[in-house]
Ligand binder design. Structure first.
Ligand code: ARG
Length: 600
């Protein structure tokens, strides 16, 4: 209904101009046009929308707010375009204007969405001219030779959902996996493997990721305690960075090993990603330093080269440096991210229009720093935004960092397996209670969809900024704000079709009477506004909450108002609401990365 909101805003603006022509003209000339502040009604009894701007206009217009509201309502009353949208406007309290859309208009909006694959969501208006740059979503981004952990899982799930929403809106999206595949850790890993498992360095598949992680841990321990090992590791890094073929081959094999494991998780979760790891920027690091030097930002500090950050002070109020080249000449995480920004925004690179980074909140100061330096270096075109999308920690039921019972870090593979196993056990129990027999392939499909969907939904439905408590019991519950509850609402509607309800053909005019019907109509028509909000604020929980409310409102409607047993024309109008509810839930779940089921 965003187009209705736009039309309504235009009518309010026109009324304002007619009621207060001089003041409107003056305000426009001063570049701050008067605004009636149209927003959703705070309570259903106030109608659909509320315009509260009369209060703020009392001073500039020199009149009591109620008089202003009266003048605007009078102007609206004689505007045919307004009268086509709304019932007569009403004034409440000191000067609030309450607006109620015409029932015919709402019914027509519902009718328009039946069979529309976009469900009223307009494609994004992409500026014409030169082909617009892509939106980059940098997400997942695990590190080679380390296990992907729950933090990466959060990034993967949230990043994928944001990418889906942006793609649905019609943006070209580059889903980039900025894997940690470069740096000093490879020096120590290769040095260690040369001694303990040389086959891993020249034979594919000689070790699996679990072993690699263990080797990495050992290597790190040696690095921290053994000076000889330390210096051979450093030499090894130099060789690798210098392009030594043997080192490069070993590095390539180690990366492949990890990559294959990561890919298994992506395949299971149906996640598309293009890998462009840290190593990609290796040849572009020197240019970052040179460029920063040229723009006068680079300072030498104790042999290291850095940029002093504005507005960020450390101990004793001293400005904090962002180190871009260490005193030994090496580069770091920040240098790589600076090179990545330069490449992503630059005309010779991606020429992106928006770059979104999905990582844990712990990296907020890192991104604030690199964004600032990129800004001051003049790398960011005015219309382009760099956005860090932070998220909180994943905690166990005890509120502490998620661990296995033995106290180890949880492996993602095990976590997903357990979700599916539990979903399967729940399903088998339910089938037994209901004395249903189903095929094994049905059971597997439902258990997989419910289990993996529950993991995704639990993550997406909490405000990402807060820490999130991982609980299989909660996420798999059939009641509450969970994936199973939403999936079940879709299944319920499919059942209506199986019981003979026509969910395909509809009359041209729909008629609604009951409050439960209107509540559902109004909720269904909010979908486009919710998508626009997610696109702007990058908060998937907004979409989850919307879908949860929709399911609740649908269930209330379906429990309290007869559908299949109703007389025409109510019957087909109500079936239309069922159909649009199912389509909206399916599309919404799809944007969360969760496929729907016919039966469960
Ligand atoms: N590899 C990093 C980590 O595991 C995440 C990278 C995020 N993306 C970026 N451009 N820095 O924490």
């Amino acid at each position: 209904m965003l187009s209705v909101v736009q039309a309504l805003n235009a009518r309010l603006q026109a009324a304002l101009e007619r009621a207060f022509p001089e003041a409107s003209a003056q305000a426009r000339a001063a570049d701050s046009p008067l605004d009636l502040q149209l927003g959703p009604a705070s309570k259903p009894e106030f109608g659909d929308f509320q315009a509260n701007g009369a209060l703020g206009l009392a001073r500039p217009l020199g009149q009591p707010p109620r008089r202003i509201a009266e003048a605007i309502v009078a102007a609206l009353a004689t505007d045919p375009a307004f009268n086509a949208l709304c019932q007569p406007a009403a004034i409440a309290g000191p000067g609030f204007i309450n607006l109620t859309l015409k029932p015919e208009l709402l019914a027509a909006q519902v009718r328009e969405r039946l069979g529309d694959p976009r469900l009223g969501v307009e494609p994004a208006t992409i500026p014409s001219g030169d082909s617009p740059g892509p939106v980059i979503v940098d997400f997942s981004s695990p590190n080679i030779a380390k296990e992907m952990h729950v933090g990466h899982l959060r990034s993967t799930i949230i990043g994928d959902c944001l990418a889906r929403v942006l793609e649905f809106r019609g943006h070209r999206v580059l889903r980039l996996n900025h894997v940690g595949d470069w740096g000093t850790q490879f020096g120590m890993l290769i040095t260690h493997l040369k001694q303990v498992a040389p086959e891993a360095l020249n034979t594919a598949d000689a070790v699996d990721l679990g072993d690699l992680v263990a080797f990495y841990r050992e290597a790190k321990q040696r690095f921290d305690s053994d000076e000889v090992f330390q210096s051979s590791s450093r030499e090894e890094v130099v060789k690798l960075q210098g392009g030594d073929p043997i080192s490069l081959k070993a590095w390539g094999l180690l990366c492949d090993q990890s990559r294959r494991e990561f890919q298994k998780i992506y395949d299971r979760l149906n996640i598309q990603l293009s890998e462009r790891g840290e190593s990609f920027y290796n040849p572009r690091l020197q240019a970052v330093v040179a460029d920063l030097d040229k723009s006068g930002l680079l300072v030498s500090d104790d042999g290291a080269r850095c940029v002093f950050l504005e507005g960020v002070t450390g101990k004793e109020g001293k400005p904090m440096p962002l180190i871009v080249q260490k005193s030994d000449g090496g580069f770091n995480y920040a240098t790589t991210d600076l090179a990545a920004i330069r490449y992503r925004l630059g005309p010779d690179g991606d020429g992106a229009g928006r770059v979104i980074y999905v990582t844990d909140a712990g990296q907020a100061s890192h991104f604030a720093a690199v964004f600032q330096v990129a800004e001051r270096a003049g790398w960011r075109p005015a219309a382009v935004s760099l956005e860090h999308v932070p998220f909180g920690l994943v905690q166990g039921a005890d509120g502490k960092k998620l661990k296995t019972r033995a106290g180890d870090t949880v492996r993602l593979r095990d976590l997903l397996d357990e979700a599916v196993e539990r979903a399967e056990a729940d399903l088998r129990r339910r089938l037994q209670e209901e004395e249903r027999t189903e095929t094994e392939s049905f059971i597997q499909e439902v258990a997989t969809t419910v289990g993996l969907g529950a993991v995704k939904y639990a993550d997406l439905s909490t405000n990402r900024i807060t820490n999130y408590q991982f609980s299989f019991d909660r996420m798999l519950a059939l009641q509450g704000n969970t994936a199973p509850y939403l999936l079940y609402a879709v299944v319920r509607i499919q059942g209506i079709a199986r019981k003979g309800g026509d969910l395909v053909a509809f009359p041209d005019q729909l008629l609604f009477n009951e409050p439960q019907e209107w509540a559902l109509v109004r909720q269904l028509l909010q979908f486009d506004a919710v998508i626009a909000e997610v696109e702007a604020d990058l908060l998937p929980n907004r979409l989850c909450n919307y879908l949860f409310e929709l399911s609740q409102i649908f269930n209330r409607f379906y429990d309290q108002v007869p559908v299949l047993k109703a007389e025409e024309p109510a019957r087909s109008s109500r079936l239309a609401l069922c159909r649009l509810s199912a389509d909206t839930l399916r599309l919404g779940l799809g944007l969360l990365g969760i496929p729907s089921l016919e039966r469960m």
